[in-house]
Design a binder for this molecule. Structure first.
Ligand code: EPU
Length: 418
């Protein structure tokens, strides 16, 4: 099994190209199931989760082709099965996003119920209840959600708590439903808006994009378009965190700085100098002192849970104490015990990680447990003295494209071994 070996500490410099957003690409790929003619997608990142999604679509009879520029053409004009099997769903929970499109276009969907998850229980009750409100008959049999409907009908649905994939699934169900659907307390994450913009380009009628109330007037059919996926704000934030930690100056290219507003505010509070252009962000931490920052994770536009682990590492080396409170997932501090093995001073009480900054971390063998936890261990390895070996890095390959190449280009001593 692959490992990442990092020799620290290192100084980074230069710029890094940000890839397309994983959490926008996945729902958009699933959204292709709604189209009666081929769709061409660009800026889709090359990640394990994208490969899994393509595999999932292929098992349904969708034709997937790549051109020489690695754009992906998805032809879902004829589908052979409307099932998302357990073997694929168990490796990627986002597979639940096939349910809305299949039900809306074909009136039937059989999707394996996602099982447990390392970061929390992550139920899908809001997805199911929303589709029931739209007229679907839903039963759970032998671990599968089996949904049927003649044609979905518009409904007024309030989602509680705010859910990203729940909003996306119901949005995709509503675009072909009869009449108007109103989704209240909708997630406003840029990835949700990207999906909505994609669906509108295909002929959907969605208004209220970027707000917490989405109004969808159902249409008869959607047709194929070319669409470019937005940049990955979390990948960008992770490279900026690496710059902050290693007291370096790094530019991330091809980003949308507004998508990172809450994160950039926290970098500034941590002592970094941030400068942005229309599509780049530069973080300069040279000759500056890393300050501790208190953080509470919350839905967009507030501070994202997907950047929490990276900031915990920053706090571990900051000059003082800080609290990081995780409010989205109940078990998202698994990086903490690994960081403690590297010399960090962190105490978790309930959903708060309290850190006291230390002078340095020491390289150690550590184990990745989920995607963002793995990213934080790599960041810790870049700044720690000596060798850090991060095992189980299949977690990182799910969400970060060419991570060791990108860090290597910035000047890190990092390589993949098995
Ligand atoms: N929730 C329910 N019922 C539901 C759905 C959600 O109670 O039916 C709860 C969850 O248990 C959680 C909260 O609502 O406590 C929010 O979860 P949400 O549904 O928003 O999370 P998600 O859609 O499963 C997406 C991202 C995650 C990201 C979260 C929060 C994708 C594919 N995944 O997950 O990304 O952390 O939103 O922003 O978009 C990652 O990329 O590493 C990752 C985990």
């Amino acid at each position: 099994m692959d490992k990442l070996v990092i020799e620290g500490p290192c100084q980074l410099s230069g710029s890094v190209q940000v890839s397309g957003a994983k959490n926008a690409a996945l729902p958009i790929l699933m959204g292709c199931l709604l189209s009666e003619t081929p769709v061409v997608l660009s800026n889709v990142p090359h990640l394990k989760d994208v490969t899994t999604t393509i595999q999932l679509l292929a098992t349904m009879g969708v034709e997937v082709m790549f051109d020489e520029e690695l754009n992906i053409e998805i032809d879902a004009s004829s589908i052979t099965t409307k099932e998302a099997p357990y073997e694929l769903v168990k490796t990627m929970r986002a597979s639940i996003l096939t349910m809305g499109p299949l039900l809306a276009r074909f009136g039937e969907a059989k999707v394996s119920l996602p099982g447990g998850c390392a970061i929390g229980s992550r139920p899908v009750n809001i997805h199911i209840e929303g589709m029931q409100k739209m007229g679907a008959e839903i039963k759970v049999e032998q671990g599968y959600i089996i949904a049927t409907a003649d044609r979905l009908v518009g409904a007024d649905i309030t989602m509680e708590p705010v859910t990203v994939t729940g909003t996306e699934n119901l949005l995709m169900a509503a675009v072909l439903a009869e009449g108007r659907t109103t989704l209240r307390n909708a997630a406003k994450e840029p990835e949700v808006s990207d999906l909505a913009n994609f669906l509108n380009k295909m002929g959907a009628k969605i208004s209220g994009i970027d707000t917490d109330t989405l109004v969808i007037d159902g249409v008869e059919k959607l047709t194929g378009v070319s669409y470019r996926v937005i940049p990955d704000r979390i990948e960008a934030g992770t490279y900026l965190a690496a710059a902050a930690l290693t007291q370096s100056c790094v530019t991330v290219k091809d980003v949308v700085p507004e998508h990172l507003t809450a994160v950039l505010d926290k970098f500034t509070e941590a002592g970094a100098l941030i400068t942005s252009t229309e599509d780049t962000i530069t973080l300069d931490m040279r000759n500056r002192t890393l300050k501790p920052v208190n953080i509470v994770t919350d839905p967009y536009p507030d501070f994202p849970t997907d950047m929490q682990a990276q900031f915990v590492v920053m706090n571990c080396l900051a000059d003082g104490e800080a609290d990081v409170e995780e409010t989205i997932f109940e078990n998202r501090f698994m990086h903490v015990s690994e960081l403690v093995r590297m010399g960090a001073d962190i105490h978790v009480e309930g959903n708060v990680a309290h850190t006291k900054g230390v002078d340095h971390l020491i390289g150690a063998p550590v184990m990745a447990t989920d995607l963002r936890a793995s990213a934080s261990l790599i960041l810790a390895g870049l700044v720690a003295n000596g060798e850090t070996v991060v095992s189980r890095i299949y977690h990182i390959d799910r969400g970060y494209e060419l991570i060791e190449e990108k860090f290597h280009k910035l000047g890190a001593h990092i390589y993949r071994a098995n």
